[in-house]
Design a protein around this ligand. Structure first.
Ligand code: NDP
Ligand code: MG
Length: 385
């Protein structure tokens, strides 16, 4: 029996993970956690009977405790509670599906507690990859990607020599605005940006996909997961989202992983690696698809994508500035308080004024996060005055 703790169980990845648990009888949930959605958490508790549940919001945690007082389950809250869920003794594997940098500390503590990590929470690796990857090595912990592109690369590496890789090729759908002009991008609304052509995901990552900041974060995520130089990570637009990513080897041979766009496959693969299990759902029908097309990403139009390479190459605290300014800018955009194109302007502005700290500690990463948030707030004061 495999035992799993899920960080972010009420989200898009979290609920799809629970679908997999529901469909298999050799996997058991021992801990769940979420930010504040206690209505869904209560349902999940009653169905999956975990030992421990964390609600980040303290008040909501107290409410949940009352609601499930008829059940034997420990309810905790805050960062301490999130860490308790991440290190729970019974878990073999922790699936990190919280959104944003909030995932850093629980992920580090889970690794220290020798839990394997099924990693969806890319912001953690982008900002603290230089701490997490060596720590995982020291602790003998596997970090198995859940992000579809990285899962595809991970799958395409199986049975081959890592030293014989010549480059990674990440695919991107290009998002809903691939063919928009700059003029059209200026008028994008929240509702427009939340309409992704191929994938159904949480709000933050859906906005990130539309700006191509998501692909930028994924380039940095790949740099840490697979230990490759930025020069050896290429991105190609493949609008059908059929090829999930590829690896080119020194002899020119390319291995790819294909499938219908469904996150349940990479989630299940991460949970059962190296085994594959039956999974229902639509199969690829090549004749029906007809053609697969490829395009170069437009780095001028999608400046947030180009800035990610810049932040990654500069390294140190710069990826944190890139990520944290984006996290705040996206949440302000979702509240309808700024224009779409301002998201990337705010990232660029925060990056321009930042003095990089090389090889930052966790505290310095969290300081850089605050600095990026201040930069965004400051810029908006100037704009709205
Ligand atoms: P969602 O917004 O759908 O879900 C986020 C989850 O995190 C929710 O369970 C939410 O709880 C929880 N959460 C938010 N804040 C806190 C907090 N302070 N403490 C504890 N839990 C918290 O996001 P997604 O599932 O879309 O994405 C999760 C991660 O996976 C992201 O890093 C994303 O980039 C990555 N990812 C997602 C993919 C997808 O298809 N969705 C694909 C590839 C990667 P609550 O509901 O209570 O707010
Ligand atoms: Mg992805």
């Amino acid at each position: 029996m495999k035992k799993i703790s899920i960080l972010g169980s009420t989200g898009s990845i979290g609920t799809q993970t629970l679908e997999i648990v529901r469909n298999n009888d050799d996997i058991e949930v021992v801990a769940l956690s979420a930010g504040s959605n206690i209505v869904l958490l209560e349902k999940q508790i009653r169905e999956f009977m975990p030992k421990l549940v964390c609600v980040y919001n303290e008040q909501k945690a107290a409410q949940l405790k009352t609601a499930v007082s008829d059940i034997e389950v420990k309810i905790v809250s805050g960062m301490e509670g999130l860490i308790e869920a991440a290190v729970i003794r019974e878990a073999d594997i922790v699936l990190t599906a919280v959104v944003g940098m909030i995932g850093i500390r629980p992920t580090i503590e889970a690794i220290r507690a020798h839990k394997d990590i099924a990693l969806a929470n890319k912001e953690t690796l982008v900002t603290a990859g230089h701490i997490i990857m060596p720590l995982a090595g020291e602790c003998g912990v596997k970090i198995i990607p859940v992000d579809s592109e990285h899962s595809a690369i991970f799958q395409s590496l199986q049975g081959n020599q890592k030293s014989q890789v010549s480059k990674l090729i990440l695919t991107a759908s290009g998002g809903p605005f691939r063919n928009y002009s700059m003029e059209e991008l200026q008028h994008v609304t929240v509702a427009d940006a939340l309409r992704h052509p191929n994938w159904s995901m949480g709000k933050k990552i859906t906005i990130d996909s539309s700006t191509m900041v998501n692909k930028g974060l994924e380039v940095m995520e790949a740099r840490w997961l697979f230990d490759v130089d930025y020069d050896d990570i290429e991105v190609v637009i493949q609008p059908q989202s059929l090829i999930h990513s590829m690896v080119e080897y020194v002899d020119g041979g390319i291995m790819a992983q294909l499938g219908t766009p469904d996150m349940k496959l990479p989630i299940q693969y991460a949970l059962y690696y190296p085994n594959r299990k039956w999974l229902g759902g639509k199969r690829v029908n090549f004749a029906e698809i007809g053609s697969i097309t490829f395009f170069k990403p437009d780095k001028e139009k999608f400046r947030g994508f180009a800035l990610a390479y810049e932040a990654g190459r500069k390294g140190g605290t710069m990826p944190t500035i890139y990520n944290a300014s984006n996290e705040l800018a996206v949440s302000i955009f979702l509240e309808g308080k700024i224009q779409y194109l301002q998201i990337v302007e705010l990232i660029e502005k925060a990056m321009n004024t930042h003095k990089i700290i090389e090889n930052p500690t966790l505290e310095q990463i969290l300081e850089a996060e605050k600095e990026a948030h201040e930069s965004v707030r400051e810029a908006l004061k100037l704009v709205t005055v």
